[in-house]
Design a protein around this ligand. Structure first.
Ligand code: ASP
Ligand code: MG
Length: 407
């Protein structure tokens, strides 16, 4: 029997009517003979409300208790959906993450899935039932309930699809797919029919927002992930591993334009040019959980070098405090920083081995009088650090310049 995993986000199950709508959608699939496992998020803003409640009774809610509390949000939606399916004449059963066999590590609030023991789900499916699983939770080796982190139901869904070897995972949400750029910035942005996993990781913020770990899992286990709206039948976007196979080498290689704002840059000046300096700088930052993105180090003439790197603007004060001390320890001349920057990226697979994409990007930005501060490239993207105030315009220029508004 074919099997699909469906996932419905909080806005898709926000009230009784919406839950009944979801039940009808699942029932239609089940009627066609396909087995269905449905993963649900908590109704509407339930998780935020539960977090608020926890903080109203405790200044520092205990992580174990907070996880058990948050897990209840998904129990409400999954039991209600199961009842609604029953009313449509379908046998369905709700399962907590733990009952569904989702075993995680013990990191409360950001647990990672170790394994999925599918026996219970298999038994229910074999008996013809629709299995409805509470998203974003599991059970740890200590037999405590854990949650996977905000938005983690996507990861639950893809993990179940992988473990059950389902035909695909379908994520239903309140937008109808993944776009070539943020539609709020670029009105001509187009919905993509398909996209590869790596490119999806870069464009995940445009249109449907997805838990990045779900995409990584999908890529590792080659689970095709279909993202579409739960409110209509408009075709969505398929995220899979062999996007574009129909078009071999001469396919259009740019998939979309990504943009990250609130980027800050730190430059450490005149670092002695000797082994160990980059490690001395970046190890302490990594240990304190500050993630560093673009790094540029130039070659030196006077046996010193400048090292520039970007961090999120939110991490800037903490990073500056650390780098100030490190600068002295390293014997560097000093540091300067700049906030309110953005990273704009042209994303697409296969660009790297085709000449001309980078220069075209720089020409488009130059013609738009956008100054480039730093440049990095990877297998699937070319990124420029620019002033944040020019970011939206740069995205629009690049979207047009790479003809992404045209089919
Ligand atoms: N309900 C959880 C949250 O709001 C998990 C999810 O929606 O995927 O983060
Ligand atoms: Mg939610």
């Amino acid at each position: 029997m074919s099997l699909v995993v469906h996932k419905y986000g909080g806005s898709s199950v926000a009230d009784a009517e919406k839950i009944k709508n979801v039940a009808r959608r699942i029932a239609d699939v089940r009627k066609s003979g396909t087995g269905v496992v449905a993963v649900v998020s908590a109704m509407g803003d339930t998780t935020d409300e539960l977090i608020g409640l926890a903080h109203s009774v405790s200044s520092q809610p205990h992580p174990r208790e907070l996880d058990l509390l948050l897990s209840t949000g998904e129990l409400v939606s999954c039991t209600l959906l199961t009842m609604a399916l029953g009313d449509l004449g379908h046998e369905a059963v709700s399962l907590t993450g733990s009952q569904a066999g989702i075993h995680t590590d013990t990191s409360h609030g950001r647990a990672r899935i170790d394994r999925v023991d599918t026996a219970r789900m298999q038994k229910e499916l074999a008996e013809g039932r629709i299995v409805v699983v509470a998203g974003f939770q599991g059970i740890s080796a200590d037999e405590d309930i854990t949650t996977l982190g905000r938005g983690g139901s996507d990861t639950t869904a893809v993990a179940l699809a992988a473990a059950l070897e389902a035909d695909r995972c379908e994520i239903y949400t309140d937008v109808d797919g993944i776009y070539t750029a943020d539609p709020r910035v670029v009105p001509e942005a187009r919905k993509l029919d398909e996209i590869g996993y790596e490119e999806m990781l870069e464009l995940a913020n445009y249109g449907a927002k997805m838990h990045p770990r779900s995409i990584e899992l999908g890529a590792v286990f080659q689970v095709p992930i279909y993202v579409a709206s739960s409110f209509n039948q408009t075709p969505g976007t398929l995220i899979h591993g062999n996007a574009d196979k129909k078009q071999m080498e001469n396919r259009i290689k740019v998939t979309g334009i990504a943009c990250t704002t609130n980027v800050a840059k730190i430059t450490v000046r005149s670092v002695p040019d000797q082994p160990g300096m980059a490690a001395a700088l970046f190890e302490p930052l990594a240990q304190s959980g500050i993630s560093v993105d673009t790094i540029v180090q130039n070659t030196s003439e006077d046996r010193t070098t400048d090292i520039s790197f970007t961090v999120s603007g939110t991490d800037l004060p903490a990073a500056l405090a650390m780098v100030g001390d490190l600068t002295r320890e390293m014997g560097a001349a000093g540091m300067v920083s700049e906030a309110n920057l953005a990273a704009v990226s042209v994303v697409g697979s296969g660009m790297q081995h085709t000449p001309g994409y980078a220069s075209r990007m720089f020409r488009i930005l130059a013609d738009g009088k956008v100054n480039i501060d730093m440049i990095t490239t990877s297998e699937i993207r070319i990124s420029c650090i620019i002033k944040e105030e020019q970011a939206q315009e740069a995205v629009r220029l690049l979207h047009r310049g790479f003809a992404l508004d045209q089919e």
